[in-house]
Design a protein around this ligand. Structure first.
Ligand SMILES: Nc1ncnc2c1ncn2[C@@H]1O[C@H](COP(=O)(O)OP(=O)(O)OP(=O)(O)O)[C@@H](O)[C@H]1O
Length: 601
């Protein structure tokens, strides 16, 4: 504050300045809550006292002195100047140390006097806007017409207008929650505008009225006929996860682009108004203090999506396509000794990688996941905290091949195998001599495997050399029933399948760092391909990783609860560990259907 700056002229050491600044800060806040401010200052000072800051002990004693306390209790007016002079007088009674003398000299200095007196003059001025006088021709029936004056203050009005389809009247279409009009409590949706700033609006187009409003500075005066049956708001606030991006400025259909709320998929929105069938009002939970904005309603988005869907040329859906799976375990049985489950994962990932180059995708138990994403532009969510007695939430890692999903999962499990475990996969291939049923795999017949697929018990599965491999929901359930945290990795297409009330998965996207960073960090890393167990990362592998990550985020980002950039392996491992614990122990947004229903997914 300016007072602080003045102080700097007078006190030599920084410590002295700091302690006196605290004192001046107190004086500057004298108008309201004096005792409260004093308490805060004393708390602050007591901390400094412990650290033995020079001069602070004296100030602490001074502010705690009974005479000053008593004065502060009775003094509530905002008159710093006269108040400080009472303090100066009272300081005479305080022990006359060098600091007190200095303080008294400072407070009596002419330019500080002038400054404080200026403060008081400004503080006592009334800065409320002067409203124009009411017009003479106000009808007798004051209910019939209302005059509303709003002061714009460089912020939008927070209301939209429209022409009534039948009467042609210009009416308030909606009042934006938290905006200027809403806070005034004077404008309501349905109010009929008669005049704006003295200009009759009859016969004008809404755009012309908006123009008048846009050009108005300071006070705007509306003459309006209030809506007769004002809707009683009985709406409950709803929270949703956006399943798509939305850019109001690019939406020609939005009634007022400036009033739109842009959002990205995955963001949680608080819906505060659903009165309009097509345009809801919402805030982001990350910024609840902001005024609401317009977003397309579920109904409107679905309609748009349907239009978009039908305008696309027919494309057989990727999820419905079959794929070939290769299995490195069958090619390199030596890997088994390293880590069975990790090896399995590699095999699955290799299969996926191979199928991707063939422009095919793996099988997931996909209940037309992409169709359902289209069908639900918003997903209702609630805050959920797992009860300590409940089963742990399933942890799903998703990421492009080679990014380090396997390495991070392996490290997590190795850090505490009693707490973390992965799910044992199923296969129809023959058990090898060194393998044990239920340790490396669950060995089942083709018929059993297919039954599991048909009865939707597989999260993900594939075929290689006539054998089927897959991760079952039963295997996940087994780990969870043991009280452990089950950590699996999944192709993103499988996410929808795993998102059930029972598993309540927490999905972590492992994202590659920039190619230039990976060139450094992956110097000694080895990638496993169909043909090479230990191949150095080539430039195209890094590029493929980056491209694949972008596609995953674009298509499935709305499902990611957490994104971890795997740059430094140690840091990424630590982030993963804390994310996994957060998922179990802290409240998270989850689909409302997981909590509200025991029968639905
Ligand atoms: N942050 C990192 N820094 C350096 N090396 C890493 C990092 N993350 C992973 N690696 C190394 O990169 C290689 C590939 O990692 P990993 O096998 O975990 O990838 P992946 O995502 O599971 O893909 P894939 O399924 O193809 O194996 C391994 O040698 C691993 O040790």
């Amino acid at each position: 504050s300016p007072v602080t700056l003045v102080l700097y002229d007078y006190f030599g050491t920084k410590k002295q300045r700091d302690s006196l600044c605290l004192c001046l800060a107190l004086f500057c806040f004298l108008g309201s809550g004096v005792s409260h401010v004093l308490t805060l200052v004393l708390q602050e000072l007591s901390l400094l006292c412990k650290r033995d800051v020079n001069g602070v002990g004296m100030l602490y004693d001074l502010l705690r002195s009974r005479w000053l306390q008593a004065l502060l209790k009775v003094k509530t007016s905002l008159c710093v100047f006269s108040y400080i002079y009472q303090v100066v007088e009272l300081l005479r009674e305080a022990p006359q140390s060098a600091e007190i003398k200095e303080l008294r000299r400072l407070l009596r200095a002419p330019h500080l006097k002038a400054l404080l007196s200026a403060h008081d003059t400004v503080a006592q001025k009334d800065f409320e806007p002067t409203l124009p006088p009411l017009p003479d021709n106000i009808p007798d029936n004051e209910e019939a017409m209302r005059i509303v004056c709003l002061v714009k203050n460089n912020q939008p009005l927070g209301a939209t207008i429209k022409r009534h389809e039948i009467t042609g009247d210009i009416t308030v279409a909606r009042v934006i929650h938290g905006g200027l009009a809403d806070r005034s409590g004077l404008l309501y949706a349905g109010d009929k505008l008669v005049e704006v700033n003295g200009v009759p609006v009859e016969g004008l187009e809404p755009e012309q009225v908006i123009n008048i409003l846009a050009l108005s500075q300071g006070t705007i005066m509306f003459k309006l006929i209030p809506v007769s049956d004002r809707p009683v708001s009985n709406q409950t606030t709803l929270y949703v996860r956006a399943m798509a991006d939305y850019w109001p400025l690019q939406d020609p259909a939005i009634p007022c682009a400036d009033a739109g709320l842009p959002f990205k998929k995955g963001e949680i929105l608080q819906i505060v108004d659903q009165n309009d069938v097509f345009w809801w009002q919402a805030r982001k939970v990350s910024d609840l203090s902001a005024c609401a904005g317009l977003i397309p309603s579920n109904h409107l988005l679905k309609r748009k999506q349907r239009e978009f869907w039908w305008s696309q040329p027919f494309q057989p859906h990727l999820c419905l396509k079959s794929s070939m799976f290769a299995c490195i375990l069958d090619v390199f049985p030596g890997l088994m000794s390293l880590s069975i489950t990790a090896g399995f994962r590699r095999s699955m990932r290799l299969c996926r990688r191979k199928s991707r180059t063939n422009q095919q995708s793996c099988y997931t138990r996909c209940p037309s996941s992409c169709y359902s994403a289209l069908a639900a532009p918003y997903e209702e969510v609630v805050r959920y905290q797992r009860h300590p007695a409940d089963r742990n939430r399933l942890i799903i890692l998703v990421g492009p091949a080679g990014v380090g999903v396997n390495e991070l999962r392996r490290r997590l499990i190795a850090s505490n195998p009693r707490e973390f475990s992965s799910a044992i996969p199923h296969t129809t291939r023959v058990q090898k001599s060194y393998e044990m049923n239920g340790r490396e795999y669950h060995y089942v017949s083709k018929e059993t495997f297919e039954n599991m697929v048909y009865s939707h018990r597989m999260l993900e599965y594939g075929e290689y050399k006539g054998y089927l491999y897959g991760t079952s929901i039963d295997a996940v359930r087994t780990v969870l029933d043991e009280g452990k945290i089950c950590v699996i990795d999944l192709e993103p297409q499988g996410i929808q399948v795993a998102r059930t009330h029972e598993l309540k998965p927490y999905i972590i996207f492992i994202k590659p760092s920039s190619i230039s960073c990976m060139r450094q960090t992956r110097k000694n890393a080895r990638i496993i391909t169909d043909y090479y167990v230990n191949m150095k990362f080539k430039e195209e592998d890094l590029q493929e990783m980056e491209d694949s990550a972008k596609k995953m985020e674009a298509q499935f980002g709305q499902f990611f609860d957490q994104v971890i950039v795997n740059d430094n392996l140690q840091e990424a491992s630590e982030q993963l560990l804390s994310a996994v614990h957060r998922a179990q122990d802290e409240p998270q947004w989850v689909p409302a259907i997981w909590i509200c229903s025991n029968t639905q997914p």
